[in-house]
Design a protein around this ligand. Structure first.
Ligand code: NAD
Ligand code: 6OD
Length: 494
């Protein structure tokens, strides 16, 4: 047990198949606490046989009572799952913090409540789900009636990242189950625990065995690849890096399986001189540094109208330096570590690149000097640069760390052009008090999600997803239901 964990033994992650936690497969991988680097568990990695066992259990469940449930019955079960997460809040919180190192101040407000909220919103959605009908004329005058039936797709493969593990996994599992599918989840190898713990909650809520399954493992030549190329999987939903999405899309091509992808981003914030400065600084600090910058919607490019530029950079520096790194279980901690030493090396390589390319380092740029057990964790300084050319890899590539580059702009047109100059198109934050400008700019930025005077403010009924290389499809509200069901038209000659 780690010296920093006040809540007891971390949850031991395993596969969860047909209603039971099981181990086995091909070897195992380590689960480390990012704040200290301590080993907190050894997790079995699924081989092809384990993945096949999970997919077979899911197929069998679809043929059992689950396949005959009504929308009302499934909504009631989903609400029990939401209640189960809230009842075991502290266990989920400890497991998530131990896996990720994120501060409890964040996980207790975002990750765990959203895990429960995802089940409640899709319990609501499934009760109002409809499909169209059309009457048509026929030559004999009798006419015909068309109506569409909405049916579950079948077995959904759910491949998840490590940054918001419970939130992003349940964002897909909840609508998939609401629509009557069965799922096989592949959590990230960095964060195996909450998906396994959710298996216990599924049992407590009365979800039949085989409806919710979890296979642990890595990506290529491991559980991720075995799951996505398994012919018993009818659809794949994935959140993660764009390059991984390309590999999964190739796997899905065999058997022509549909995909829904939420991928990477290199998101811009546009700060106009007419903004409410306090709110713009506070919002930008959150969008750059929340979850130690490991949020796909996070800002890594900040563009500020020139006359506000010096003051905004100075305010951002002060606020970034006030972030408090420390024990994630301490409620006053506002900045956790990165997910792993490997990820820290990647982020540090961009810090080095920025230095070599002549960036002005406004703050940060290195590793903080933490004492005691934290000294072995994957900590990194929050970092702000200015002065790099827009062609720099630091400005073009997703870093996924607590850092941003700030550059000035002179006109609204220039701000829009800068925001759009990216292969990604996930999110933009616009800070202005000019409502006409807000509408004008929001209509021109090539992204799936635009926030005006806010960031990561989520109504779960709204379409969520990315343009360009940031994703395929939209999830959220009725859009999730579109992916997790198939429409079958019935034409009745009257
Ligand atoms: P990742 O792509 O490395 O891994 C995601 C998952 O895919 C893991 O479970 C991994 O094991 C699995 N995987 C890897 N290779 C695979 C393969 N060949 N076949 C099948 N599965 C494979 O992503 P990550 O590092 O876990 O997460 C960070 C990335 O996720 C960032 O790029 C971030 O922007 C993105 N992300 C996007 C969103 C969004 O909503 N658009 C949300 C969160 C994270
Ligand atoms: O809020 C959500 O539904 C969502 N998918 C958030 C994604 C955050 C990315 O890190």
């Amino acid at each position: 047990m780690t010296k920093l964990d006040p809540a007891g033994k971390p949850f031991a992650a395993a596969h969860f198949i047909d209603g039971r936690a099981i181990s086995g497969g091909k070897g195992a991988f380590e689960n480390r606490y990012p704040a200290t680097g301590e080993l907190i568990g050894t997790v079995p990695a699924a081989d092809e046989a384990i993945v096949d066992q999970a997919v077979t259990a899911a197929r069998k469940a679809l043929k059992g009572p689950w396949g005959k449930t009504s929308e009302q019955e499934r909504a009631a079960v989903l609400r029990k799952v939401a209640d189960g997460i809230m009842r075991r809040f502290d266990e989920f919180l400890t497991a998530e913090v131990m896996d990720t190192g994120k501060p409890v101040s964040l996980a207790s407000h975002l990750d765990i409540p959203r895990g429960a909220a995802n089940f409640n919103i899709f319990a609501d959605q499934v009760l109002t789900l409809s499909a169209e009908s059309f009457r048509m004329a026929t030559p004999d005058g009798a006419g015909a009636l068309n109506y569409a039936l909405r049916v579950p797709r079948g077995v959904i493969g759910v491949v998840c990242p490590w940054n918001l593990p419970l939130l992003l996994m349940t964002w897909k599992v909840a609508p998939a189950l609401a629509c009557g599918n069965a799922v096989v989840v592949k959590p990230s190898e960095e964060t195996p625990s909450t998906a396994a713990l959710l298996g216990e909650v599924m049992n407590e809520a009365g979800v039949p065995p085989g409806v919710y399954n979890v296979v642990q493992g890595l990506g290529p030549d491991s559980a991720g690849e075995f799951l996505t190329r398994h012919p018993g999987v009818n659809g794949i939903t994935f959140t993660g890096e764009t390059r991984t999405g390309e590999a999964i899309m190739k796997a899905a091509a065999t058997g022509v399986r549909p995909v829904s992808f939420e991928l990477g981003g290199k998101n811009a914030a546009l700060i106009f001189a007419d903004c409410d400065l306090d709110k713009a600084v506070e919002g930008t600090i959150r969008s750059v540094f929340a979850n130690c910058g490991q949020v796909c919607l996070g800002t890594e490019r900040v563009y500020v109208e020139r006359k506000l530029f010096p003051e905004f950079v100075a305010r951002l520096k002060t606020a970034a330096e006030a972030l408090r790194a420390g024990n994630p279980f301490d409620k006053a901690t506002t900045l956790g570590p990165l997910i792993s030493q490997e990820h820290r090396s990647k982020v540090l390589s961009y810090y080095e690149r920025a230095r070599k390319e002549g960036a002005e380092i406004v703050t940060g740029g290195g590793i903080p000097n933490l004492k005691g057990p934290l000294a072995q964790g994957s900590w990194i300084e929050p970092t702000i640069w200015t002065g790099l050319p827009e062609t720099s890899a630091v400005i073009r590539e997703e870093i996924f760390g607590p850092c941003c580059h700030v550059a000035p702009f002179d006109s609204e047109e220039e701000a829009v052009a800068l925001a759009n100059d990216s292969p990604y198109g996930l999110a933009t934050a616009i800070w202005t008090t000019n409502l006409a400008r807000a509408h004008r700019v929001a209509a021109q930025v090539e992204v799936g999600i635009t926030w005006v005077n806010s960031w990561f403010l989520r109504d779960l009924r709204t379409p969520f997803g990315g343009s360009k290389q940031s994703g395929i499809g939209r999830e959220g509200g009725v859009h999730s239901m579109e992916f997790y069901t198939e429409l079958r038209n019935v034409c009745i000659k009257l």
